[in-house]
Ligand binder design. Structure first.
Ligand SMILES: NC(=O)c1ccc[n+]([C@@H]2O[C@H](COP(=O)([O-])OP(=O)(O)OC[C@H]3O[C@@H](n4cnc5c(N)ncnc54)[C@H](O)[C@@H]3O)[C@@H](O)[C@H]2O)c1
Length: 311
């Protein structure tokens, strides 16, 4: 079996110091969920600056419409990502908005953080109550709906047989430091962010059948509305250097502009860890661990990638 039949080859970490060449992005169409604020807004701004048509999918109508007015080539579409019908409408409207009728890039960014009731103690005298799992609903279920619809549109546009005519498409899932680090006291949020890597690992070997790619962006702390001002102040006060929305935007452009990047997670870091503000920590392939490579080979033996997309 050739490595291309595997659909995935690890070439080592992405070199994020190389100059960006974004000329392939102009005129493409993207969806950014949670695009009205914070990091999502950063992805929208970075894409719009490159001439990408961007659909801003968000619950926040005021901010979404404001952004649409400010940025040429963008359209706000109200969407609650936890509601399937909202997302099907989002994709339909995005396809109509696209000058070519095609959707090229999808960024599943909508996400929340809240006090974790799975972790919290109910008290000695209390029967534990059913925990609120809204972090799972938004961060995982919403992202799975987005991933399903992204693949659907990419397959519809490109077919299931690799050919040079297939136009590059890419799904980008949003992880976090919590997608690979120990973050005490927040099992739901951590589960939801590890899950983004899980989705990526499940899709990266077969995405080539429909001319596609799937990657993760994992931001370090970035000052947005996801935590309170007090929480961010506390993090800053203990000496943590934040990452920036702008660097997150550049990490997205890196992924989308280089069509060889598939199956990677880029960490949007403090500048002390990378001059660019983002880097590939190369945690997704267990580089150098021959035993894990061997186990991975056995994992796909019962349904090898070369058998086709749907087996
Ligand atoms: N800010 C950080 O430090 C940080 C670090 C790592 C990962 N992240 C991740 O980045 C993503 C964006 O976070 P942020 O910091 O920009 O947060 P934010 O709260 O500033 O912005 C989130 C946006 O998502 C929207 N949103 C929330 N729920 C939605 C839903 N169900 N449907 C549609 N839109 C919805 C909100 O209206 C808001 O516009 C999240 O997935 C988050 O987990 C953030």
């Amino acid at each position: 079996m050739s490595s291309s039949a595997q659909g995935y080859t690890h070439f080592g970490p992405v070199d994020c110091t190389l100059p960006l060449n974004t000329k392939n992005l102009k005129g493409k169409t993207a969806i950014v969920t949670g695009g009205a604020n914070g990091l999502g807004e950063g992805y929208v701004r970075a894409l719009a600056a490159e001439g990408v048509n961007v659909c801003i999918a968000d619950l926040n109508e005021d901010k979404g419409k404001q952004l649409e007015e400010e940025l040429k080539g963008t359209k706000f579409i109200r969407c609650d990502t936890t509601v399937w019908e909202n997302q099907t409408r989002l994709f339909r409207e995005a396809a109509s908005f696209s000058p070519t009728g095609k959707i090229h890039y999808v960024v599943a960014n909508a996400g929340i953080h809240r006090p974790d009731e799975v972790f919290l103690y109910s008290g000695d005298d209390q029967e534990p109550h059913k925990p609120d799992l809204s972090v799972i609903d938004i961060n995982i279920q919403g992202s799975l709906f987005t991933a399903k619809l992204a693949s659907h549109y990419f397959i519809k546009q490109n077919g299931q047989t690799p050919s040079p005519e297939q136009e590059d498409t890419c799904l980008v899932l949003i992880g976090s430091g919590a997608a690979f680090l120990d973050c005490p006291r927040q099992p739901q949020y951590s589960a939801s962010k590890w899950a983004m890597r899980g989705i990526m690992h499940a899709l990266r070997r077969t995405a080539f059948y429909y001319g596609s790619r799937v990657n993760v962006i994992s931001p370090w702390y970035v000052k947005t509305s996801i935590l309170s001002d007090e929480a961010f102040k506390h993090v800053a006060s203990v000496g943590v250097q934040f990452a920036t929305v702008e660097d997150a935007g550049q990490s997205l452009l890196r992924i989308l502009s280089d069509t060889k990047i598939n199956g990677h997670s880029l960490f949007v870091s403090g500048k002390k860890w990378s001059a660019q503000g983002y880097l590939d920590l190369d945690l997704d392939d267990y580089a150098g661990n021959a035993l894990v490579q061997e186990i991975q080979t056995d994992q796909v033996k019962s349904a090898p990638v070369f058998l086709g997309l749907f087996v």
